[in-house]
Design a binder for this molecule. Structure first.
Ligand SMILES: [Fe+2]
Length: 330
């Protein structure tokens, strides 16, 4: 099986990963983690929700925390370029027989709720309210200084099917990991905005929300935010890293928020937008060989936030990743 072909003239123009909506049990605890520790800017807060953005973001929010009984991911949000693209998206999902409904969402223009090929809930909007971009307002910079949302990662039971679906929508495959000597798609990195990823699919029971990633400006901030986490009682929330990814070449640290939702802080992405940029293949063994940090704990591979109202399905076969536990056991 070959990798799916790129579509250069997509049915509607998705421009980038935009925002995630997470439900959390205690907004005060979430605020301590996201604002006081990580350094997000509060665009709005009330008794039911906190709307956050990074310092490089002029749009109202990239992370919405809503008070709820059970921690879950309500939706991941993507931007389309124009209102006309929203109309085209509605027509495309209707024709494909997939759920698509207009909704009203605070601080966003008209919003379209859809489900993807495996049932993951997405929302598209073309506009948001604007807020000041604080990239040179250093007095507002704090913690890891999150700049902007970069990508999402989802666990799914059929990585190839999601890859084909998103590539039909114009997402381009930037990198992928396959078992040596096989064309099986184990991990796929798909992009619209011209860097290695907007959405990543990895194998596992799902669809479930694995993480949302935010770019940070300086490498020393990985260590600073870990020190700060330690001082503020969040040492246990550091799950994996700091370390260096193979695909994407990013430095990273993963943290779990007070409800177990996972965020990644990362930097050093590169451009991938020209027509001759072919997908970069990583043999699984080569990806392992290049790793200089210890492997992730098993929980990183299998734990993820459920999507609201979506029952996860198991993949046809269980994976056998190199976990920290396996590595230590020799
Ligand atoms: Fe990531």
């Amino acid at each position: 099986m070959s990798i799916p072909p790129p579509v250069y003239d997509p049915p509607f123009n998705v421009t980038r990963a935009s925002h995630a909506v997470l439900s959390v049990k205690d907004l005060g605890k979430s605020r301590a983690f996201y604002v006081d520790l990580i350094g997000f800017i509060v665009s709005h807060e009330d008794k039911d929700a906190i709307y956050l953005r990074g310092v490089a973001e002029a749009c109202h929010h990239s992370l919405v925390l809503r008070r709820g009984d059970a921690p879950q991911c309500e939706r991941v949000g993507m931007r389309v370029f124009t209102e006309e693209d929203l109309e085209k998206a509605k027509a495309w999902f209707d024709k494909a027989g997939l759920p698509a409904a207009w909704v009203e969402r605070p601080y966003q223009g008209r919003t379209l709720h859809v489900s993807d090929a495996l049932g993951a809930p997405l929302e598209f909007c073309a506009t948001m309210d604007l807020k000041p971009r604080l990239i040179v307002d250093f007095e507002h910079h704090h913690g890891a200084v999150p700049q902007r949302l970069d990508h999402f990662q989802l666990l799914v039971p059929d990585v190839r099917r999601e890859c084909e679906f998103y590539m039909r929508l114009g997402f381009r495959l930037s990198e992928y990991i396959s078992p040596d000597g096989s064309d099986e798609l184990l991990f796929v990195f798909l992009q619209r905005k011209g860097n290695p990823h907007d959405i990543v699919f990895a194998p596992g029971a799902g669809p479930r929300f694995h993480h949302v990633a935010f770019a940070i400006p300086e490498s020393y901030l990985f260590f600073y935010v870990c020190d700060l986490a330690s001082n503020m009682g969040f040492a246990e929330n550091i799950e994996f890293g700091p370390g260096r990814h193979g695909p994407g070449h990013a430095l990273f640290v993963y943290m779990r928020d007070p409800d177990g939702h996972r965020i990644e802080l990362f930097n050093t992405h590169y451009q991938v937008m020209d027509i001759e940029n072919e997908p970069v293949r990583w043999d699984a063994s080569y990806a392992m060989k290049r790793r200089w940090q210890l492997p992730a704990r098993r929980q990183w591979f299998v734990e993820a936030s459920p999507f609201a109202g979506v029952a996860p399905r198991d993949p046809p076969r269980k994976g056998d990743p190199m976990t920290l536990e396996r590595y230590v056991a020799g």
